[in-house]
Design a binder for this molecule. Sequence first.
Ligand SMILES: NC(=O)c1ccc[n+]([C@@H]2O[C@H](COP(=O)([O-])OP(=O)(O)OC[C@H]3O[C@@H](n4cnc5c(N)ncnc54)[C@H](OP(=O)(O)O)[C@@H]3O)[C@@H](O)[C@H]2O)c1
Length: 274
Amino acid sequence: MELRDLYSFKEFNVVITGGAGVLGGEIACALLGVGANVAIIDRDTKRAEQLIEHLGCPEGCAITVYGDVLKKDTLEKALEVITNEFGQIHALINAAGGNHPSATTKPELPFFDLPLDALRHVGDLNLLGTILPCQVFGRGMAERGEGVILNVSSMNAFRPLTRVPAYSAAKAAISNFTQWLAVHMAQEYSPRIRVNAIAPGFFLTEQNRFLLTDEETGNLTERGQAIITHTPMNRFGTPEDLLGAAMWLLSPASAFVTGIVVPIDGGFSAFSGV
Ligand SMILES: NC(=O)c1ccc[n+]([C@@H]2O[C@H](COP(=O)([O-])OP(=O)(O)OC[C@H]3O[C@@H](n4cnc5c(N)ncnc54)[C@H](OP(=O)(O)O)[C@@H]3O)[C@@H](O)[C@H]2O)c1
């Protein structure tokens, strides 16, 4: 196969959870741009529809389906809708996830008082919110003996970041689960089912803006500045920075790659600080 054909996504059907979000939305748009059919699963289907409208992609290439990654029955329904529309699903991207302010320590909220509900929500959203879609959309891949799964881990997974204990633990669990499922799918079903993850560094989005910038001035917080100082490339990531690695892991160009977690972090994880 020619190199350029490895990156042809025509007739390639992708499901992306959290596809109305900042990072998932960027990947969804890029996939549509290279000819894939994309089904966006999110709780806010209106936002997903706006995204698709904005792109003006050919009719039938993109659909939005309601689904809550923590409610398996909604994912089963989404599977039915997407299969009716597109046929078999070639790839799943698990981009729903994130932290929550109430699971974040601060002077007025020490670790010892973090509410159980908040801890559980962040743990569940990231880990179960990845496992459940893999169960629902991975079954067809196992039956057919081929497919690609791309999870979204984080820098937190390599070494925990301060203040976000549940988020750090959940992302470490996603990296671990990515390796587990890669081995399980290859050994139990088919070596043509690959499971990998990307680990974005720091991207200024709605879920971390309160940690990285001052709400009133918009200036970097001490934490935001510390991140930039520890990022050799000296900037936050932009959503487009994820695209090369995501496309590679989804395409046959990475046919012999499974069970890896790729940092996309401007060198943050390589830098000792000295
Ligand atoms: N931003 C960063 O710097 C960064 C760094 C490393 C990793 N990540 C990870 O990258 C992924 C995407 O993050 P992002 O920055 O793009 O965040 P985002 O804009 O908040 O996107 C997350 C999307 O997931 C959806 N979602 C949340 N809970 C859901 C549920 N139960 N069922 C279905 N959809 C749900 C959200 O919808 P609602 O609006 O309805 O909640 C939102 O559309 C997350 O896993 C995040 O942890 C982000």
